[in-house]
Design a protein. Structure first.
Length: 592
């Protein structure tokens, strides 16, 4: 049984991962997948409606799962269809997450009024929207970093309500009794200019491509803009009529008519804009596969198997963990490559993608270390870092589209491929050294499994990774200065982000000098490596939330408290290192 365990684990992992690549059957007769693949321009990027639905739900409620008032699960695309075409029904879905008790009191809501006491429908919020606007207007002038939790909550909720309201105006007026009849009757269309102007002013989406291919993304139009600009016969009006027909079929729950008109619309778009349609179809498929979630699960089980191998069945459990690490790494690699192709960008373009890349780089280094040492230590570190960084990435995705348009100053594929990748590799390796040190500390303090051989192996790994991190952090920081000179006309300006990068270089260099000079031994090396986690997290996240500097992306309440919690755990671990050697359960620590 022990001999066959790695093979059994590998087969189960392959079967499970393979099942995620198989398109799930649609329980309804409606071609929801086809509608979700339709291209649309939003936030400056062409994307499928499936992405609009998923990112919208993540932003509004922190998850993609939607439940109707009866508790039945609703697919994200079906929810978006209801927002477009059956807004009164969509208003009953509990998709607005409210955690702050004072905001709940503002609306007179209690734990029994929504899904799990934290998610509520728009219909419950509508009677008190005027008060929400008043409170948000009072909070808006206050600087984001010094707002109270209540002020941040009301500003965020108003933004979410505005986003939801604008979605309703994207394809047809939410108050139209039969928009299909209006767009098919020139006299009704001319008489309903107020609703058309509201669509033009409030729509979030530009779903109509230019009349002639190829066209640029800037030429895509909303339905309201197209009707006001050219209400006469033409490709745009024909497409609007097809969209209105899709809406009527959805309201009538006529699947045959829905699928037929959707097929005509998709054929029309694909004929002129085949490349755009194909790319959006692949992005929708990528969303459905969700390789990073699968990778996160594999990393978690790899960590658990690695930790278990220190207690029993070291060889079979360690090999099983390594197989899961391999599968998780391959999935993450495929996901990053897919994002690069969809964005036409290098792997790191924003905080979300930096979390993916830091985890990917750390796991890759761990795979190399594990094949050298074969003691399940690197597998445990890789599983923990991979899982942790993907959790961080998930929380970063709650702010909206993770393939957002680049800020103008960052819009350089060359520097994104050199400076950003290099300095992020430095982040990844510094974190890896710190997490290897954490394994050393926890095994030494809590268990007797840290024998002399394992302790020496961990010390060599931490030392080697710190050398690696110093090199990449230094090169990446220098490249960043060259990019800054090209973009802003100065190599160095003591910007908080620049200071953070410099501190990482100096801290790693300080660790090496302390080791070379004999100022620290194994336990001292581990304490300094753990503090490297604090230094790196500050440069990665903390500097972005200061509200000053050219790299400031704004204060984020959740990220700030998460950063404080992480720093506190690292200080506790450093405190464990400082315990007298006789307090460590492992005998290897006595002479370290």
């Amino acid at each position: 049984m022990r001999k066959d365990l790695p093979l059994a684990v590998s087969l189960l992992a392959l079967i499970w991962v393979g099942s995620t690549f198989v398109p799930r059957g649609n329980p309804a007769r409606f071609d929801l997948d086809g509608f979700g693949r339709l291209p649309v321009l939003m936030d400056g990027r062409l994307k499928p409606l499936d992405t609009v639905a998923r990112t919208g739900l993540l932003m509004l409620q922190g998850r993609q799962l939607v439940r109707d008032p009866a508790g039945q699960s609703v697919p994200p695309v079906a929810w978006l269809l209801d927002v477009f075409y059956r807004p009164s029904l969509a208003d009953t879905y509990p998709v607005f997450r409210i955690d702050h008790p004072d905001v709940l009191s503002l609306f007179g809501l209690g734990s029994g009024d929504g899904d799990a006491g934290v998610r509520f429908p728009f219909s419950k919020l509508a009677p008190k929207l005027a008060e929400l606007d008043r409170q948000a207007d009072l909070a808006t002038p206050v600087e984001a970093a010094v707002r109270t939790p209540f002020q941040r909550a009301v500003v965020e909720l108003r933004d979410h309500v505005a986003y939801y309201a604008r979605l309703k105006f994207s394809l047809e007026p939410p108050d139209a009794a039969d928009f299909n009849a209006i767009v098919n009757d020139a006299s009704q269309l001319a008489a309903d200019q107020a609703s058309i102007e509201a669509m033009r002013n409030y729509s979030l989406l530009r779903i109509l491509p230019p009349d002639e291919a190829p066209g640029s993304p800037e030429q895509w139009q909303s339905t309201g803009h197209a009707l006001l600009a050219s209400p006469g016969p033409g490709p745009s009006l024909q497409r609007i009529r097809l969209l209105a027909g899709i809406g009527k079929a959805w309201r009538d729950q006529d699947s045959d008519s829905f699928n037929a008109q959707l097929g005509l619309y998709r054929a029309d778009i694909s004929a002129q804009f085949g490349a755009v349609a194909r790319k959006c179809s692949w992005e929708a498929y990528f969303n459905a596969v969700d390789p990073f979630t699968s990778s996160m699960v594999l990393y978690l089980f790899a960590f658990l198997l690695s930790a278990a191998s220190w207690l029993r069945w070291q060889n079979p459990l360690g090999r099983s963990a390594l197989r899961l690490m391999d599968f998780g790494f391959l999935l993450a690699t495929a996901g990053i490559l897919a994002r690069m192709w969809l964005e036409d960008r290098p792997p790191v373009t924003n905080l979300y993608s930096s979390a993916l890349f830091i985890g990917w780089g750390s796991v890759g280094l761990c795979l190399v270390l594990e094949r050298i040492n074969r003691n399940a230590v690197a597998s445990a570190a890789g599983g923990l870092i991979g899982f942790g960084t993907l959790i961080i990435a998930h929380h970063l995705s709650l702010s909206g589209d993770t393939m957002e348009m680049m800020r103008a100053v960052l819009d350089s594929n060359f520097w994104l491929s050199t400076h950003v990748v290099t300095v992020t590799t430095g982040y990844a390796s510094t974190f890896l050294a710190g997490f290897l040190a954490i394994i050393y500390i926890l095994r030494g303090v809590l268990t007797r499994s840290l024998d002399r051989r394992t302790a020496d192996s961990l010390a060599r790994m931490v030392y080697g990774i710190v050398c690696f991190a110093t090199f990449f952090s230094f090169i990446g920081t220098v490249l960043g200065g060259i990019w800054a000179d090209q973009s802003w006309g100065r190599f160095w300006g003591w910007d908080p982000k620049e200071n953070g990068a410099l501190i990482i270089v100096l801290w790693n260099a300080a660790i090496l000098h302390c080791r070379w000079a004999g100022l620290i031994r194994q336990r001292g090396l581990m304490a300094l490596a753990v503090f490297g986690n604090i230094v790196t997290s500050w440069s990665w996240f903390g500097t972005n939330m200061l509200g000053i500097g050219l790299h400031s992306y704004g204060f984020t309440d959740a990220a700030f408290y998460g950063l404080l919690a992480f720093v506190a755990t690292q200080l506790v671990l450093i405190g464990l290192v400082l315990l007298p050697a006789d307090k460590w359960r492992s005998g290897a620590a006595l002479s370290a």
